[in-house]
Design a protein around this ligand. Structure first.
Ligand SMILES: Nc1ncnc2c1ncn2[C@@H]1O[C@H](COP(=O)(O)OP(=O)(O)O)[C@@H](O)[C@H]1O
Ligand SMILES: [Mg+2]
Length: 248
């Protein structure tokens, strides 16, 4: 079972879009997928039209079982939502005397082996919940927007990640995904070249700027449902194939 966190400290870089469409792409390819929404906004679930009453908060609090918090979203695609109050979850975690950073990993341990992929969407910023996600995931996919200069954001994030990797050797920044590519913008090409120089093995084919990607959530659909022939679907299909082909 591969556990992939879609994460970057900066907001608006395409984390949720990537988590949702990658999860949907993998499910369509025949894999059993669990999408975990660890963002306070609950966008991932909403964009698929699934808003379960309970989620991570209730699970960690012991108020609900795993069976109760996992909701089918599509064929082979299940959702574990953040629930209404991830703030409550953060308080729960903070209250623990020790081992707080492993709270989530412990609660999710019974899922091991049940899915081919667990994809976790994370909130921007760096807090106890993000840290908990990174103590659970083995692979990190960092979307980097080519629109706003986030190269510095990526190196800062990589430094924060290194502080966790000291305790978790298995955790790897495995994918760097350029997003919002617009070939007409020269800066895009420049950032892309820099990313390739710093992260040659992690660099994925970019996701182009595509308005269909921003419209799909409003229709409660992922891109393969909403606009299967769009550039957005093509790009996320390519990403899905790369990740699936990488194996365990
Ligand atoms: N490649 C893209 N082209 C156009 N719009 C996009 C693209 N990726 C994401 N968006 C839109 O940009 C906004 C921010 O993306 P989102 O995935 O929510 O970022 P994050 O989760 O990192 O905050 C959303 O409105 C989303 O629909
Ligand atoms: Mg988001």
């Amino acid at each position: 079972m591969r556990r992939i966190a879609v994460s970057l400290t900066k907001g608006g870089v395409g984390k949720t879009t990537t988590a949702v469409n990658l999860a949907a792409g993998l499910a369509s390819a025949g894999f059993e997928v669990l999408l975990i929404d660890a963002d306070t906004q609950g966008q991932a679930g909403k964009s698929l039209g699934v808003q379960p009453a309970s989620g991570l908060n209730e699970l960690v609090a012991g108020e609900a079982s795993l069976e109760q918090v996992i909701t089918p979203a599509r064929e082979r695609l299940a959702l574990l939502a953040g629930s209404k109050s991830l703030a409550g979850l953060k308080r729960l975690i903070a209250r623990r005397d020790f081992g707080a950073e492993r709270t989530l990993a412990e609660a999710l341990a019974p899922l091991d082996g049940r899915y081919d992929f667990v994809i976790v969407d994370t909130a921007p910023g760096w807090d106890v919940l993000t840290i908990n996600v990174l103590f659970y995931a083995d692979e990190v996919l960092a979307p980097v927007s080519l629109e706003v200069m986030t190269l510095q954001g990526l190196s800062e994030f990589a430094q924060s990640l290194a502080s966790i990797q000291r305790y978790r050797e298995g955790l790897a920044l495995r994918y760097v995904l350029p997003t919002f590519l617009d070939r007409r913008v020269r800066k895009s090409e420049e950032i892309l070249a820099q990313l390739g120089a710093y992260y040659p093995t992690q660099l994925c084919q970019p996701i182009r700027y595509n308005v269909r990607l921003s419209e799909a959530p409003g229709y409660r659909q992922h891109i393969f449902e909403y606009a299967p022939n769009s550039p957005g679907a093509e790009d996320y299909h390519r990403l899905t194939e790369r990740i699936a082909n990488d194996g365990a």
